[in-house]
Design a protein around this ligand. Structure first.
Ligand code: ACM
Ligand code: ZN
Length: 554
């Protein structure tokens, strides 16, 4: 009898012990990993009576409160009341601005069995605190349907958090293929969920001009449509075409809608208007802006076209300034991306107007002519109080003052720019181009551009090269993943290519380097799979390790 008693007691004690340790030690699937996280015992459960108390309550801080209220309302049907105040009431969620927090995007979060308190310097930090609460809540909050009997339980914990980099971006090329507004919004949602803050929208290409410009209607009447598209993987010769007209564009109203939507999630939309190259769709619409006068058709092949804006033609500058004026009215971003990559100089070499410009300006060659082009545009953009970003080719022939460089052909351009005191965003293709395959085995996967960029490689990328001293490293504003859409025909393929590599990029942008660990990241990622399923995104779930590098190490 005694023995049985003791066994029962031990079993009970062991059971309690087990429960405690399970609740305090089971990993929390947070991406990006917070700077510091301490688990506490117990949980807080949001109920019909939970209030969201905000201090101060204004249009900006309300965005964090609204997000949390929606996450509660979607699966339960009840929306917590939002009110202004400072005092924590039992069972409430307190969102409070606090100047003692140093980083503009940082926050602290305290979850106890009686309530939640989030503090941040700005509304952005409060929004990120709520994104963290979201990842701590059951995955059912992502559903748009009522889930009977759902307990909205958040594990007790203390978090102190802030980003490593100020620029945490994802790019999307809509020139080669475009995606519906709903799909762009979902993309923005996924960036916000992972505390990324910039959506780089690549709006113009040889294969299509995608933004309505009121002053130049032919850009979208003509430039937004191509007759047909090269079928499958492009070859050096003997390509076949699909015979299907393709095109479309975003109206200015749609652009405003997307900019506002992103803004409500504290995401800046960085617009890119390509120049002087990747301009064939514009030249098909207005051939007088070229060196030869055309005619041109919107490009049906991928790759780089020899026809570019004429650098000797004043009309080309007037056109681009007019376009940029409308773009700056639509996009409130501090930066305007002006492309600058992959501009062949073949036409300029033969063009009397371009050669005259070289002479008049005392330039050495066509590289300096490209630099003249970019400097002139930079002057215009900065006269409007904005700054330009360009791909690393803008270094050739001399960098425009005030220009920020996106280093895509490796890190060399970024290193050179940072050493000369320019800001840099790291996007080296080898680690950040998500249009490449994410596994060695392509079975069942959509056709991608060649290349191999597995999750482990993306995750392991550190955007602060050791060639830079600590002072120079401050010029690295952050990093970005890029999605070039030659082989991305649908929103589903877009998501499959973007995720989860985007989430790895998000963690590098946010989490301190010494707080990163790939195995741990993958276990948190797998913990988020159910959440992604509830959201309904498509994502890659195969081999996450860099199998090629593993073989080479052997
Ligand atoms: C680029 O990939 N051409 C920037
Ligand atoms: Zn010319």
């Amino acid at each position: 009898m005694k023995f049985l008693h003791l066994t029962a007691l031990l079993l009970i004690l062991f059971g309690i012990e087990n429960q405690l340790s399970a609740s305090a030690n089971s990993p929390l699937s947070l991406i990006p990993a917070p700077v510091s996280l301490t688990r506490q015992n117990g949980n807080f459960t949001l109920t019909a009576g939970t209030r969201i108390i905000v201090s101060p309550l204004n249009n900006e801080t309300r965005l964090a409160a609204d997000l949390l209220a929606l996450l509660v309302k979607n699966p339960t049907g009840y929306a917590p009341a939002i009110s202004e105040g400072k005092k924590p009431a039992d069972g409430s969620v307190l969102l409070i601005l606090d100047n003692s927090i140093k980083n503009d995007e940082g926050y602290t979060l305290e979850v106890t069995p009686t309530g939640i308190t989030a503090k941040a310097k700005t509304a952005v930090g409060l929004f990120y605190a709520v994104q963290t609460i979201r990842q701590l809540l059951p995955t059912e909050v992502e559903k748009q349907t009522i889930v009977a009997g759902l307990a909205l339980t958040v594990p007790a914990c203390t978090i102190t958090d802030e980003p490593r980099f100020a620029y945490r971006g994802m790019h999307l090329d809509v020139g080669r293929h475009l995606f519906p507004v709903t799909s762009i919004k979902r993309y923005i949602d996924m960036l916000a969920l992972h505390k990324m803050n910039t959506f780089h929208w690549h709006l113009t290409e040889d294969q299509g001009w995608r933004i309505e410009i009121k002053k130049y209607p032919k850009l979208t009447e003509i430039g937004a449509y191509r007759k047909e598209t090269v079928a499958g993987a492009q070859k050096k010769a003997n390509n076949t075409f699909d015979g299907k007209p393709y095109g479309g564009f975003y109206t200015q109203n749609e652009v405003r809608e997307i900019v506002a939507y992103a803004g409500s999630k504290f995401i800046t939309v960085l617009p890119e208007i390509e120049m002087p190259g990747h301009a064939v769709a514009a030249l098909a619409s207005y051939p007088e802006l070229s060196c030869t006068g055309g005619p041109f058709e919107v490009r049906k092949l991928w790759g780089v076209d020899e026809d570019v804006f004429c650098a000797g033609n004043e009309q080309a500058f007037t056109f681009l300034e007019d376009v940029l004026t409308e773009v700056m009215e639509l996009f409130p971003s501090k930066y305007i991306h002006i492309g600058g990559d992959e501009c062949p100089k073949k036409r300029w070499e033969k063009c009397p107007k371009c050669q005259q410009r070289i002479k008049d300006q005392g330039l050495k060659n066509e590289l300096e002519l490209q630099s003249y082009f970019i400097r002139r545009i930079e002057k215009f953009v900065s006269s409007k109080g904005r700054n330009i970003i360009g791909w690393d080719e803008i270094l050739e022939g001399g960098l425009a003052p005030g220009a920020t460089v996106m280093s895509w052909r490796g890190e060399a351009g970024g290193i050179e720019a940072a050493k000369s005191g320019h800001d840099v965003i790291m996007t080296p293709g080898k680690y950040t181009y998500f249009c490449y395959y994410q596994s060695e085995n392509h079975d069942g996967q959509p056709l991608a551009l060649g290349g191999y960029v597995p999750l482990e490689l993306v995750y392991g990328y550190n955007p602060t090269p050791k060639e830079l001293n600590p002072e120079e490293q401050k010029h690295i504003l952050g990093l970005q993943g890029c999605l070039w859409s030659e082989q991305i025909q649908t929103p589903e393929i877009l998501e499959f290519m973007a995720y989860p590599r985007t989430f790895a990029m998000a963690e590098t942008g946010w989490t301190p380097d010494n707080g990163k660990n790939f195995e741990n990241f993958v276990s948190r990622l797998e913990g988020l799979h159910k959440r992604y399923d509830a959201i309904g995104i498509s994502y890659f779930k195969g081999e996450y390790r860099d199998t090629k590098a593993a073989k080479e190490r052997k």
